[in-house]
Design a protein around this ligand. Structure first.
Ligand code: IPM
Ligand code: MN
Length: 360
């Protein structure tokens, strides 16, 4: 298969981890005779430094003329600590999501058998957890009207949703549940928010088209508690933009490190694949960033184009690396010698020689 992949490594550890994902994809291309063409562009703080624009037109054009986007991370402390900054790296990511119409962000969360003791949560609570979070990505409070009063003392962010925005992601969530454990949990705040009540009405209607799938509801505060009390109760979680952002970071604790969580953002036309972690500025260039989230995002990219055998091979390599403790310090504190690229090299080798790497 021929695929044009736009590479947007971004800031901080973004380039280091994205490099490892590219190595894995190149290995797959060579083993399976695919033609993957990579073209790189700037986004985030680095693009602000160069062009005073977190999403230069060239970058956006490249994404639109590619089959998929592989995204690293964005963000820089100089903006985090400056609430008055007019141009922010995050605007690049948000604009990209909006411009590409990436309305559904899919975030799988699972407890790896070899990492059960890495989570601060008890083993018997997390063992067997397998959740797919469907986070709405182009609406809600992130994109609603923002206002600041002239005296700078009153600010507001509007949370708005329309029926079609809810319907399209709800269909994706139910379709996914049909191939999984047949359960969708809608996370909202319908006891307080009008927009949440609209979600409940619309999702209840959509559910009628999927009689094999059960739908239940949880208020987001309760869902946050349930996520660490009993995560195994969840199959597909469907939720709006900001609740999904928060719940997915919380859920990453189950896996043992946020450095393991991948995501796919999809729309009607474009798709983008990115780790859920941020740019981890303190780790930049130190070789300690975990590349697994980025490598697993590459696997999600392959799945998106129905290259499932290839995606499985990457996942097998990842599991093998975890089993053999070829892991960065976030999950393998004993070893400061296993760097970002050593993990990437191991998985690359595994793709070329799945059998030879059978070391244990
Ligand atoms: C994420 C990030 C982004 C978000 C930020 C960087 C804008 O936290 O992808 O989860 O809030 O969506
Ligand atoms: Mn987030």
């Amino acid at each position: 298969m021929k695929l044009k992949i736009a590479l947007l490594p971004g800031d901080g550890i973004g380039p280091e981890v994205t490099n490892q994902a590219v190595k894995a994809l190149k290995a797959i291309a060579s083993e399976y005779d695919h033609n993957f063409q990579f073209t790189q562009a700037d986004v985030g703080a680095i693009a602000i430094d160069k062009f005073n624009d977190p999403l230069p037109k060239e970058t956006l054009d490249l994404c639109k003329s590619s089959d998929a986007v592989l995204f690293g991370a964005i963000g820089h402390p100089k903006y985090d600590n400056d609430p008055s900054a007019k141009v922010r790296p995050e605007q690049g990511l948000l604009k990209l999501r909006k411009e590409l119409g990436l309305f559904a962000n899919i975030r799988p969360v699972k407890a790896y058998p070899t990492l059960l003791n890495k989570s601060p949560l008890k083993k018997d609570i997390i063992e067997g957890t397998d959740i797919s979070i469907y986070r709405e990505l182009t609406g809600g409070i992130y994109f609603g009207k923002k206002e600041l009063s002239d005296d700078g003392n009153i600010a507001s962010d509007l949370c708005e949703y329309s029926r079609p925005e809810i319907e399209r992601i709800a269909h994706l969530a139910f379709k996914s549940a049909q191939t999984r454990n047949h359960k969708v949990t809608l996370v909202d705040k319908a006891n307080v928010l009008e927009s949440s009540r609209l979600w409940r009405r619309v999702v209840t209607e959509v559910a009628k088209g999927y009689p094999q799938v059960t739908l239940d509801f949880l208020f987001v505060d309760n869902a946050a508690m349930q996520m660490i009390l009993n995560p195994k109760q969840f199959d597909v979680i469907l939720t709006e933009n900001m609740f999904g952002d928060i719940i997915s970071d919380e859920a990453s604790v189950i896996g043992g490190s946020i450095g393991l969580l991948a995501s796919a953002s999809v729309g009607d036309k474009y798709s983008m694949f990115e780790p859920i972690h941020g740019s981890f500025p303190q780790a930049t260039g130190k070789g300690i960033a975990n590349p697994i989230a980025s490598i697993l995002s590459a696997a999600m990219l392959l799945d998106h184009f129905n290259l499932n055998t290839e995606a499985e091979l990457i996942r097998a390599g990842v599991e093998k690396s975890l089993k053999l403790k070829i892991s960065t310090p976030d999950i393998n504190p004993a070893s400061d010698k296993v760097t970002t690229s050593i993990v990437g090299d191991f998985i690359e080798d595994f793709i070329f020689n799945p059998k030879d790497t059978n070391l244990n």
